[in-house]
Design a protein around this ligand. Structure first.
Ligand code: SAH
Length: 243
């Protein structure tokens, strides 16, 4: 399906520790018609047990991409969705997985979008820092008493919801804007911080959250390449400006 629709979606597991879960995730990915599984620093190798749990999704396991760091996994993506069982300290744009907004659905279906869907460690999920590097958070609504699902079960549900989006032809596919990658957003953030320090707007010691909030703002706007060029040019001019 990825090939037919040209939709690029990678399911990324951060430091998974159970080979069985990795195999079950591969199976869920293939069952739902997707192809790409990636691991960030897996704590265990892809063992026999993983292949046993993958059943007929061995091809997905064999083609698994291994990234050395979280940043490398998301660097080339321009839409990053993080899954989490609970809301975190700084509220981030968050959807229940079955209630993703039409705008985000449109982004997922856009041909130039490279989506990464990120899943956390079995024992302690994703860190706040990792979550804040993503554009949107997805929560599977579950019992308040026990909301943390098994990793592969969570992936199965998310993949099912994404499958419905990818196949729903009522949603427009036409977003002509080419949204920039995460790396380009990071460069903009650093550039902006440099300017804010230069004009004495920002003291990194006293206002640590400013950077995080501006980061969130940049991610929310989903800049395209032309907008990014204008902003970077503007910031460079400020830095070079002498009265
Ligand atoms: N104990 C961890 C959860 C680990 S479950 C914690 O509280 O953060 C492993 C991963 O499965 C999570 O990091 C998340 O990616 C996914 N997951 C589990 N339950 C989920 C839920 N209710 N909604 C969204 N993702 C969930």
């Amino acid at each position: 399906m990825n090939k037919k629709n040209n939709i690029d979606i990678e399911f990324i597991l951060v430091e998974p520790s159970h080979p069985g879960n990795i195999g079950a995730c591969a199976r869920a990915i293939k069952n739902m018609g997707f192809k790409k599984l990636a691991l960030v620093n897996p704590r265990k190798k892809i063992t026999e047990e993983a292949f046993h749990r993958a059943k007929s999704a061995k091809d997905i396991l064999e083609n698994t991409v291994i990234y050395k760091s979280f940043d490398l996994a998301i660097g080339e993506k321009n839409l990053i969705l993080a899954t989490s069982a609970r809301e975190r300290t700084i509220p981030w744009p968050t959807f229940y997985v079955d209630k993703i907004s039409d705008e985000v659905k449109r982004q997922i279906k856009t041909k130039t979008t490279k989506t990464g869907i990120v899943f956390g460690r079995e024992d302690n999920g994703l860190s706040n820092e990792e979550l804040q590097k993503c554009h949107y958070h997805l929560i599977i609504p579950a019992s308040e008493e026990y909301s943390s699902l098994n990793l592969s079960h969570a992936l199965q549900i998310v993949a099912f919801e994404i499958r419905k989006i990818v196949f729903d032809n009522k949603i427009l596919k036409t977003e002509v804007r080419e949204v920039v990658s995460n790396l380009e957003n990071e460069k903009l953030l650093e550039h902006l911080m440099e300017v804010l320090k230069k004009i004495d707007f920002y003291d990194p010691k006293s206002s640590k959250q400013v950077k995080t909030r501006i980061d969130r703002l940049i991610k929310k706007t989903r800049l395209d390449k032309i907008e990014m060029g204008i902003l970077r040019g503007f910031l460079s001019k400020i830095i070079d400006f002498e009265k």
